[in-house]
Write a protein that binds this ligand. Sequence first.
Ligand code: GLA
Length: 365
Amino acid sequence: MKLLHVMLLCMTSVVAQATVTHKPFGKLPDGSTVELYTLKSASVEMQLISFGARVIAIDTKDRNGKMADIVLGYGSIDPYLNNTNSYFGTVPGRYANRIGKGKFKLEGKSYQITVNNNGNMLHGGTVGFDQKNWTSKEIPNGVEFSLVSPDGDQGFPGTLTAHVRYTLTGDTVRIEYSATTDKPTVVNLTNHSYFNLSGEGNPSILGNEVTLHADKYTPVDSTLIPTGEIASVHGTPFDFTKPMTIGSRIDAKNQQLEFGGGYDHNFVVDGAAGHLRPAAKVYDPASGRVLLVETDQPGVQFYSGNFLNGGVTGVGGKPYQKRSALCLETQHFPDSPNHANFPSTELKPGQTYHTVTTWTFSTAK
Ligand code: GLA
């Protein structure tokens, strides 16, 4: 009996393991090589590249067992170099999302970061972590990407050493971020994958049912900088505490939706940050695919792909239309360095920034 139990346990862990392979994906203009990693479990196959520490493909099964790639991406390096505005699959940094006017004060000193979005800093400034070729190495069930961002990079203080570890076991992708600094700085890392659970290139995600474990969200001004208010979602189109289709209220007359051109807001994840807990769930009735997002972060930016406009063509040869994918960027709140009432994003020498987010794929009827 005991032996059988041990054998079963061993078999389960073998099934859960992923194989990891890598090869060159392409070359950057400076001649350096972009590496491609493929992680494969019994049910999921995922591809990542070192340029931007980026997810470029995730193949999962639909309710009939048919595989499809459910994230937006390109099949070669050039479009990643030429179309940097969408941040497909990347790890934005050193500060994901926006900092108002690119300005903040830290320990009495003022800093000006490069601005790249309506006078604000978005996703780390003009040359963010998405445009860096990270070093990479294979780890059990996955890949680790590392980057050293020098003191003064885009205006941020302190040399920041960052690591992102992606691992795949069974149906779950685990993303683990860590960073250290040699001077006080701010840091906020996330992953910017765009999901279309019917398969990349399908025209709309408006029929997806979304649940957000969030009673509150952070309203924004017309340039998408939080006002500082932490508002209740109840009685508004931002209430996803019960499953709701994205399309049911996206065009409602609501100033916040007008500012975002749809959903482009940070939701305050229920429960204490620092512990992995459910943040979001997406169910695609067409394919039956379900994505569960869990995180230890205080917030999740729900972005309904409003800025996609059909102007780029993805790996499968189809244009990426407006609202044809959604992002669930688990993170600290946007513009935290300018809001004392938001959880702090400061990192000091001697401290280690460490956060975890998981994506679990399944299907439903
Ligand atoms: C984030 C932002 C959006 C948009 C995308 C990238 O989700 O909140 O406003 O800039 O990144 O296009």
